[in-house]
Design a protein around this ligand. Structure first.
Ligand SMILES: [Fe+2]
Ligand SMILES: [Fe+2]
Length: 303
């Protein structure tokens, strides 16, 4: 990623998290905020695996060696994110919260509806189908950048004294999202063709992505609250509880999320204007998981 003329290197960190002491309600006494954030674990294992698959399809189209390097770093980071969030699903299952009935739908979305070929034989040329999916990834990455920057700044979360392992997972991931926030957009611009359809296709990618994500999020939060064995059906997902958590700074505001969309529609938009790379890099220098990974990599290099 070129930022202010310098090349910022994107590389995965081989992190590991120990979930054994993480309680089901990892934000104490805040089941709604806990499960609204937990929707990330439902969507990201399949979603980020899919990013990597689509980018693999796009690799032969890359003509710029610098972009190719960024894309490979991006793929390494997203593959690691996918695996780490999948471990959380295993931990939820051990605590009696089976997410399989929900994630089956997410798998269907990414593997079948957004798979290598258009669903139900819809006659879209292969190149156009790839460009559409790259536009969807660029749109999703606008949200992951906004959420990543939010979680790094979320003092309300610190005040709530959440489980430190979960907070580190969220902030390590959020920081890497800010680090690589421009790669999917640059990839789309590079592969999207120089002609007229490139901008409207980018708009279409967001017009499809924003409502689908909103729907999946509300459904996911409702699913988790309904199947949470400690709540036994006493708490339902409601806008009132959600907004209460927003006021406490446990969730991003609707304005922060909503304004990400018109910003993305600007013709002059570039993701390097999103969030703070400085804050992301500072967190990664202090993250327990990222530091342990850097230490392990350093030890492997000298032995
Ligand atoms: Fe990610
Ligand atoms: Fe990402």
């Amino acid at each position: 990623m070129s930022e202010h003329g310098e090349h910022y290197e994107i590389a995965p960190r081989r992190v590991a998290f120990d979930w054994r002491r993480t309680p089901l309600h990892w934000i104490p006494d805040e089941p709604t905020a806990t499960h609204v954030i937990n929707v990330l674990h439902l969507l990201l294992p399949a979603g980020e695996r899919w990013f990597v698959k689509v980018f693999k399809e796009g690799l032969p189209l890359i003509r710029d060696p610098e972009l190719l390097k960024d894309v490979k770093g991006f793929m390494g980071q997203e593959a690691t994110h996918s695996v780490q969030h999948a471990y959380v699903l295993g931990h939820l299952a051990e605590q009696g919260l089976d997410t399989g009935p929900y994630t089956r739908h997410v798998d269907f979305l990414f593997d079948v509806l957004l798979g290598e070929r258009p669903p139900r034989g819809i006659p879209v040329p292969a190149e156009e189908w790839l460009r559409f999916r790259l536009a969807v990834i660029a749109a999703i990455e606008q949200f992951t950048a906004v959420l990543g920057d939010w979680v790094l700044r979320a003092e309300g979360l610190d005040r709530a004294e959440p489980d430190p392992v979960m907070l580190d997972l969220l902030r390590w991931h959020g920081a890497e999202e800010v680090e690589h926030r421009a790669v999917a957009f640059d990839m789309y611009q590079h592969c999207g063709g120089a002609g007229l359809p490139r901008y409207p296709r980018r708009v279409l990618g967001m017009a499809v992505t924003a409502p689908v994500i909103t729907y999946l999020w509300a459904w996911g939060a409702a699913y988790l609250l309904r199947h949470d064995p400690e709540l036994a059906g006493r708490t339902r997902y409601s806008l009132r509880e959600h907004n209460r958590a927003v006021r406490k700074g446990l969730l991003p505001t609707w304005r922060e999320l909503g304004s990400a969309v018109p910003r993305y529609f600007r013709r002059s938009y570039h993701p390097s204007q999103e969030g703070s790379l400085r804050r992301a890099v500072a967190y990664l220098a202090s993250s327990p998981a990222a530091r342990a990974a850097a230490g392990a990599a350093g030890r492997a290099a000298v032995s």
